[in-house]
Write a protein that binds this ligand. Structure first.
Ligand code: MTE
Length: 345
């Protein structure tokens, strides 16, 4: 990755996340006790938790406008099973860090550029083109794409190839459930995704110095894409996605380096052959197609054996060992049986 600065980010206030966790527990026990009705629940919550619950102001979500139906759908998400791969119980990365320490090169290469430059990003209207080896190609509105799916909270580790990581409570659903609706044919061996190209809204796409040949693209083998852990994220922290995190929909592939988790998707293409992916295109000797998190295979310029769990500071480096497949080996290792993971990095 072309890393300009390796700025340490300050340790931030984590109280809202602790409260958020408590709120989830509280909601569960209230529901179990038979308290019904959103009005009662929210007033009880306010009395219980005070303003701290709202310390993370929803207004912090950068977007020109927020479709009501999407906000409601995100808020009504169901919980993932209490334990297991869809719900790590590791400490959550605070919302402030998740939404201000970003890689989204369309908005600039600095970690804080996306939050600053995406303030007025518009997701209305939003269309996703579906192409290639499938029975139902076409141009689908955001409503067509998202409305049929039940949103679920999925708390995953996100491990960037740059060796930092976060734990994020995403809102979303399995990518495979979406892809099935387009009826991929027997010739669909891979699926490719494109990010929006809109130089009016994405300042780095106007730059003459941009090294990326837009659109940013990513791809998965079909069996990877159909794995239930491969997720279409539509929100985080119980709300819709901030622009800098890839609104209105992005991939989250938790066992792969973060660059596979392409943001702000506008095209889905089923292909026979292995499609292009942006970072491999830029520097194939450093970034592959598979990009599975693997502590045993170093990046040519740094080790992948450990990672910094954000937020960090000089006095709190929070360096931890990196896990094979980012800790999801039990679920996904069999996808790569017999493959040389040094060769197919
Ligand atoms: N998607 C697009 N379109 N453009 C990007 O620059 N960066 C990738 C990925 N998706 C990127 C992208 C990288 S390198 C990472 S680590 C993750 O997004 C970061 O996601 P986050 O900013 O939500 O943490």
């Amino acid at each position: 990755m072309i890393i300009k600065t390796r700025k340490e980010i300050p340790s931030s206030e984590i109280t809202p996340e602790a409260v958020y966790r408590d709120r989830r527990k509280f909601l569960k026990s209230s529901l179990a006790a038979g308290i019904g009705g959103t009005g009662l629940l929210s007033s009880t919550l306010n009395a219980q938790t005070g303003d701290a619950l709202f310390a993370r102001a929803p207004a912090d979500i950068n977007l020109a406008s927020k479709p009501d139906w999407l906000v409601e759908k995100a808020a009504a998400r169901t919980d993932a099973p209490a334990s297991g791969p869809f719900n790590t119980d590791e400490e959550l990365t605070p919302f402030d860090d998740v939404s201000t320490y970003n890689n989204f090169y369309e908005f600039g290469t600095g970690k804080d550029d996306p939050a600053r430059n995406a303030r007025d990003f518009s997701i209305e209207p939003w269309t996703v083109k579906v192409e290639g080896e499938c029975a139902k190609p076409g141009s689908y509105s955001l409503e067509d794409i998202l409305k049929p799916h039940t949103f679920e909270e999925r708390v995953f580790r996100l491990r960037c190839v740059e060796a930092w990581s976060m734990v994020i409570p995403w809102v979303g659903f399995s990518l495979g459930d979406l892809l099935k609706r387009f009826e991929p044919t027997g010739d669909a061996n891979y699926v490719q995704f494109d990010t929006l190209v809109d130089s009016e809204q994405m300042p780095a796409q106007r730059s003459r110095f941009a090294t990326i040949d837009w659109p940013y693209q990513e791809g998965l083998r079909m069996d990877e894409a159909m794995h239930p852990l491969a997720t279409i994220a539509t929100g985080l922290y119980n709300d819709i996605l901030p622009a800098q995190n890839g609104a209105p929909l992005r991939l989250v592939v938790p066992w792969k380096y973060g660059f596979k988790s392409i943001k702000s998707i506008v095209a889905i293409r089923f292909t026979k052959t292995m499609p292009n992916n942006t970072w491999r295109d830029l520097q194939a000797s450093e970034y592959g197609f598979y990009a599975n998190v693997n502590p045993q295979v170093s990046h040519p310029r740094w080790s992948q054996a450990s990672e910094r769990r954000l937020p960090t500071s000089l006095f709190m480096p929070r360096r931890i060992d990196t896990m094979m497949f980012n800790g999801y080996a039990d679920e996904v290792a069999s996808l790569y049986d017999g493959m040389d993971l040094r060769r197919f990095y």
